[in-house]
Ligand binder design. Structure first.
Ligand code: GLV
Ligand code: MN
Ligand code: MN
Length: 423
């Protein structure tokens, strides 16, 4: 550490919580839904406005800002030595019922860390970078974590451009339309390490009264869309035995998914989050119905069992009702374990700064699980009030935001300055 004021001052350095809080509020005001939440679906006009604001802040800090072919933005502060950066970041797109912390916290905390170091005149040996990755949520364009997946080489950029969203728009066209079809090549440069600060989005830390989560990994994710075709018919005149009711099928899938999760127990979760019926009228038996199923588990073998059980149920439901059924995979990622050294570093850094810590897996998907394909990666969690997220009421207490950002600060400095010898 080449801080003119000596090592002690770096150990005692803290982020500016008020500046971070006001940036979270300012970014959260873009796409505000009027109920405390915000909606900035990937590559919409709202996403563009959010991106523009964050990029302005990056330029104000004098960072080297690059946009790649999938619209990921990476802003770098040079080190005293060349080489791959220690990277932090997350995403700034939201679900349509999003809060202001999901993803945004990791990006704005990273920016805050860089600003804190800049203002204190602290140089690091390795460069530091803060990134925001495109379409982490996957609500508009599947799969989720798309930008970081492409960054890490898990999908080609051309294939990603051809993905069609829920509104029929092509991803590559939308990227160009909002001005974020960049020229930096994908896959991106492998960082030295990647650390993501994120809200927990679940109840565990709050329930145990703990401040920092040292995230051990991310559970596996399986998303599919099921489409049933039956026969539109008159709701009053068609006897029950004569029906080919696609609407009944998606309802039965929702019940089956819930039962499978209960039977498998443990970490298994199952969600039917989207249902569409046609013609969607009170007095017509639905001839067409589609639904999504989100299955997740920390154990890949059990997740596969859940998928197989669901596939059997879907075939039985379709056969019994005389329907055809088509299945489309939207996302499939195996569980990821984070680098043990980074997990340990989250815990030791948090304890050094006086915070209680719990090790826990992540229930949500995160960009860090894609970066883990390229470099030692890990995550810091801070509590979510009431365990609520993907909801306008999503909230994290200011003191927890501050604690998480300070742990991020000290982890980044340590990783950026450490000797490779003995790693
Ligand atoms: C996306 O981040 C998800 O976990 O649904
Ligand atoms: Mn997120
Ligand atoms: Mn999210």
């Amino acid at each position: 550490m080449s801080d003119a004021r000596g090592v002690h001052s770096v150990r005692d350095l803290t982020i500016d919580a008020a500046r971070l809080g006001s940036r979270l509020a300012e970014l959260g005001a873009i796409g505000a839904t009027g109920d405390g939440g915000c909606a900035r679906l990937a590559l919409t006009d709202e996403d563009r406005a959010g991106r523009d604001l964050v990029v302005t802040w990056m330029h104000d800090l004098g960072l080297d800002v690059r946009v790649d072919g999938i619209g990921n933005v990476v802003a770098t502060r040079p080190g005293t030595e060349p080489g791959p950066p220690v990277m932090c970041g997350s995403h700034i797109d939201t679900v349509a019922t999003g809060g202001i912390f999901d993803g945004n916290l990791g990006v704005l905390s990273g920016l805050e860390v860089l600003e804190t170091l800049e203002r204190a005149g602290v140089a690091t040996r390795r460069p530091l970078a803060v990134a925001f990755f495109t379409d982490e949520e996957g609500s508009r364009f599947s799969p989720d974590m798309l930008g970081s997946l492409v960054y890490a080489g898990g999908m080609g950029v051309e294939g990603a451009h051809d993905i069609v969203g829920i509104d029929g728009r092509r991803l590559g066209d939308e990227l160009a339309r909002i001005g974020y079809l960049g020229s930096t090549p994908c896959p991106g440069q492998a960082p030295y390490a990647y650390v993501e600060l994120h809200i927990e989005q679940g109840p565990v830390l709050e329930r145990h009264g703990e401040v920092i989560g040292a995230v051990t990994g991310v559970q596996g994710i399986s998303w599919q869309e099921l489409t049933f075709e039956g026969q539109f018919n008159h709701a009053g005149t068609t006897p029950m035995a004569y029906r080919h009711d696609a609407g009944f099928a998606v309802a039965a899938v929702a019940v089956a998914a819930r039962r499978i999760a209960a039977e498998l127990g443990g970490h298994q979760v199952a969600t039917v989050g989207k249902i569409g019926l046609r013609p969607d009228l009170v007095n017509v038996v639905a001839g067409h119905a589609a639904c999504t199923v989100d299955l997740r588990n920390t154990d890949e073998a059990v997740l596969q069992e859940a998928e197989a059980l669901l596939a059997d149920e879907v075939s039985c439901i379709a056969a019994a009702e005389g329907l055809s059924v088509a299945r489309r995979e939207l996302a499939r990622f195996a569980p990821v374990e984070f680098d043990q050294r980074i997990v340990d570093l989250v815990e030791s850094t948090a304890r050094e700064h006086g915070h209680s810590v719990r090790r826990l897996p992540s229930g949500a998907g995160h960009d860090a699980q894609m970066l883990a394909r390229m470099c030692p990666s890990g995550m810091i969690f801070v509590p979510s009030v009431g365990g609520v997220s993907h909801n306008p009421a999503e909230r994290t207490l200011p003191e927890h935001v501050e604690a998480g950002a300070n742990v991020l600060l000290h982890m980044l400095v340590r990783l950026a300055d450490e000797d490779l010898v003995g790693r």
